[in-house]
Ligand binder design. Sequence first.
Ligand SMILES: [Zn+2]
Length: 236
Amino acid sequence: MPPIVVMTGGGIKGAVAAARCPEDNELLLVHIDYGQPSAPEELKALHVLNKTFPSSSVMALTLPHVMQLQEGPGRSGETPAVGADGAVDKNGPSAPVLRGLLPVLMSVGVQCAWRVGASAVVTGVSRLCEATHLGMSGADAPGNGWRELVHSFNLMVDCLSGRGPRVRIETPLMDLGLPQIIKLARRFRIPLERTWTCERAGPRTCGRCSSCTARARAFVEAALVDPLSKSAPAQV
Ligand SMILES: [Zn+2]
């Protein structure tokens, strides 16, 4: 069976997306450091999660110049939180990131697939989950932006593949909300306490960025205790 490339930042969604892949396929877990502050912690988490899959390996890549573009006119338009005094809350929700970052990362995933002979590039993106840190606020516009994006991207990959092996972007979690994904993670026995969600540098989660707050809200909606939360029993 051909290998499968899984794009993951060491978080819950990527781990569940990997867990839903057929066991007969070897998984290549691809992490991309594009300058995000959390990259080192993400990679640490991914090396732990790698051990939970029967046949998988980690490929760590860097895109060192991508974040240099984020201050230009291509930025996503998301604005950082402003406190009561009008000052930017540096500890609040995420800072803007490059608009359309996700397709950039998917392009790298396709390159990995071509290199190792993989038939699919799997991502854990969901149209129901916040993805501001992927620069995808535009895809949340009325209509079906997320599906159109993936469909268009696959058409482009088909054109570039020519007569070579076909590679598909697959999004198995597209229609699942984060509470559902967390329940699936439990079913797949993914060590949630070892996943990394925060958008900031470690070593601990901040609990305030958009990803941390979305995670906390999702655990409440799933009626589960996040093993990373202060109220959870200490991990051994
Ligand atoms: Zn955080």
